[in-house]
Design a protein around this ligand. Structure first.
Ligand code: ATP
Length: 260
């Protein structure tokens, strides 16, 4: 009895102290368990790479975190106290969870700078009266984001004229403008050049200095560049977790990938 209580207390503590906490999450589609008793914890300020073969449940997991899909069972907590299963997509986004889908969706007919400006978040009414200060603060924030996404030189370029990789960076910048506490990024380097891929790993590491980042990715050379803890999903559950080296040498992981 006491042991059970202590275990429950430890679980409660883990939930409160972590940024994202998934426990026993299950989601079925027509009787098929896309997510099966999934438990996963992301710490504050952590960047995590999620890998796994096609159909492992990576997208469904992101859909559950962002409120696009409701789980059948299990706990999904953000910042210790917020039960994400009770909120819809818009509410979850406004709580500070930003999601970047695989395909970039920038405003092609606007400049890079305007794309960022249009995405800037925040209760503007407070600073509305101080127009000058507001615009200075806004300019500084835009400059900071442009530097982070390596597009300072392209600030006046129409988004339509950017390379595929630069569009991906711009979209990351648009998410940063909303100042999320947790950034979910789905296959950011698909279709990028090798140089862009390496730069994207650097860029995400810089971003992870001030917020948590979860990256779903198939490209193992990119995951190596990220140099963070890796979670391998398979059949909707965690198959293996640890350094990329440990995970990629795990016989269970080798079997799953070779058996594809
Ligand atoms: N809306 C849905 N209806 C029915 N089945 C679904 C639905 N969404 C996902 N699935 C199934 O759930 C399983 C997990 O899919 P999911 O897209 O989450 O995997 P994934 O790891 O993201 O795969 P990939 O790497 O190919 O993107 C798959 O078998 C998929 O066919």
């Amino acid at each position: 009895m006491r042991r059970r209580r202590l275990a429950a207390e430890a679980q409660g503590r883990a939930r409160r102290e972590t940024l994202l906490y998934l426990d026993g999450v299950t989601k079925s589609f027509d009787g098929f368990k896309a997510i099966n008793n999934l438990s996963l914890v992301i710490e504050r300020g952590e960047m995590r790479a999620i890998i796994g073969p096609n159909g492992a449940g990576k997208t469904t997991m992101m859909d559950i975190i962002t409120g696009k899909t409701r789980p059948d069972r299990g706990a999904v907590y953000f910042n210790g106290a917020v039960d994400l299963t009770k909120h819809d997509e818009a509410a979850i986004a406004s709580m500070g969870i930003g999601r970047k889908f695989q395909k970039p969706t920038v405003f092609e007919s606007h400049t890079v700078e305007d794309n960022i400006r249009l995405s800037l978040a925040g209760p503007r009414s407070v600073v509305e009266a101080l127009v000058h200060r507001k615009s200075t603060a806004e300019r500084e924030r835009i400059a900071e984001i442009l530097a982070t996404i390596r597009l300072t030189d392209k600030r006046r370029t129409f988004a339509a004229n950017l390379s595929h990789g630069q569009k991906q960076w711009l979209e990351i910048g648009m998410l940063l403008a909303q100042d999320p506490e947790l950034l979910l990024v789905d296959e950011p380097v698909a279709g990028m050049t090798d140089a862009e891929t390496v730069e994207t790993a650097r860029l995400l590491r810089e971003i992870a200095a001030t917020r948590s980042v979860v990256v779903v990715e198939h490209d193992m050379s990119f995951v190596r560049e990220l140099s963070v803890k890796v979670t391998c999903l398979h059949e909707g559950s965690v198959l293996s977790e640890g350094t990329l080296e440990a995970v990629s040498n795990d016989p269970k992981v080798i079997e799953v990938y070779l058996g594809r």
